[in-house]
Design a protein. Structure first.
Length: 177
């Protein structure tokens, strides 16, 4: 997906979220660090443009909630988690991530989210769903579904980190598989 395709997908995702919630009222967007935060920002901007409502935005860093924390090493780099001032209790929380693969990141995000409070509902919104789940997690809103081989990965690029907005399917060198 080039920049225009990503922006079209984000626009569609924003409309679907508002539609599924019967309007933007009560929504809170929580971007999962790293690139989910930038996708959440794009969705927030699109809802603002279309509905003239500023949906609260926060971030989740799931590092300490990962089930493979031991594999990361003794000193994991932990980013910031921040919730909007109104909190999440009785609100409709939208977890936003760039790529949904095994479902483990979302499971970790849900665990962290429940430590912060009790939302009325949680939606999962992902830019790319590449399938091949290991646990039963299913997105509510998807920008694009792609099928990839085991030797391929999906890379989402965002301007703030990578200097461009795009989605690429990349073949992993055989020695790395």
């Amino acid at each position: 997906m080039d920049e225009q395709a990503v922006l079209r997908a984000v626009s569609r995702m924003a409309r679907q979220l508002v539609e599924q919630n019967d309007g933007p009222s009560g929504l809170i967007l929580l971007g999962i660090q790293r690139r989910g935060v930038q996708i959440a920002n794009l969705i927030q901007s699109e809802i603002q443009r279309a509905e003239d409502v500023a949906v609260p935005l926060g971030t989740l860093d799931i590092t300490l909630y990962r089930d493979d924390l031991i594999a990361i090493g003794p000193r994991p780099v932990v980013g910031e988690s921040s919730l909007p001032p109104e909190g999440i209790d009785d609100r409709v929380v939208v977890l936003v991530d760039d790529v949904l693969f095994t479902g483990r990141t979302v499971r970790a995000a849900l665990n962290e989210l429940m430590d912060w409070g009790r939302p009325a509902r949680v939606f999962l919104c992902v830019l790319v769903d590449r399938g091949q789940r290991e646990i039963p997690i299913h997105p509510d809103v998807v920008g694009r579904e792609v099928s990839v081989l085991p030797s391929q990965t999906v890379n989402v690029s965002v301007p703030e980190i990578d200097g461009k907005l795009a989605v690429d399917v990349v073949t992993i060198p055989m020695e790395a598989v």
